[in-house]
Design a protein around this ligand. Sequence first.
Ligand SMILES: Nc1ncnc2c1ncn2[C@@H]1O[C@H](COP(=O)(O)OP(=O)(O)OP(=O)(O)O)[C@@H](O)[C@H]1O
Length: 257
Amino acid sequence: MTNKLTLKGVNKRFGGVVVADGIDLEVRGGEILGLIGPNGAGKTTLFNLISGVVPMDSGTVELNERRIDGLPLYKRARLGVARTWQHMRLFGSMSVLDNLMIGASDYPGESLMRLIFQGLTVRQAERAAREQAMDILGRMGLQNLAQANVNDITFGQQKLVGLARGLMSNGACLLLDEPMAGVEGRAYETMRDIVRQEAQAGRAVCVVEHNVSFIRDLCNSAVFMAQGRILERGDVKTLLESKVLAELYFGKQGTQT
Ligand SMILES: Nc1ncnc2c1ncn2[C@@H]1O[C@H](COP(=O)(O)OP(=O)(O)OP(=O)(O)O)[C@@H](O)[C@H]1O
């Protein structure tokens, strides 16, 4: 079955501020959907609503035809919602490998690792998680940094570690919040290649990103959000050339970063 994340009529307001206004969205396995829009448009909030960090006021979220809204975040994670965070939330004084191994601590109530490696003894699960972590780090060319302290690696490498942690759960859907902010050079290429590979492997990928060249480089389609609403959706080229976007996002001159 092709993976599919579906949002229907999702609404959310914080006090008087509407941050999600009747959001309908579908992201299919293999797709990399860019979510763009000005500051405060509601992009991160949408990720929070999908992953269960904040409850929605109304609407539905389905992953592979199964409703997941209403479930706590660790259950959504277990069902396949994987995400990264704008601010990486890494444990700076711990090793890279340990950060991957304890990715589970983001999910109160149950250990994500235990859920992922169900049926194994604790020791077997730990070994499997370690192998998986080393495999992911290997794909990123970071295997030699497994024992390095996160504080001692570069910012770009830290961003990759944030992604690596998100990949530990093998989620059907991957939500990436500003993965490229401040990332350059080899780390940029690695990030792009790994995200592409994850989509090719069948994950439904959604990326919030201010860096338009990254959206152009990576995404097949994009939506433009402002004030909690999706104003346009289309293939990246068409959307980035859209008048609405130029006026609302970049100013009337259409100056792009
Ligand atoms: N937990 C919260 N409580 C109250 N207001 C919130 C909360 N989370 C977000 N908001 C508000 O919701 C609006 C949308 O914020 P959000 O972070 O989703 O925007 P964004 O599009 O991701 O912006 P940016 O590109 O700057 O990250 C903002 O006005 C923000 O202040």
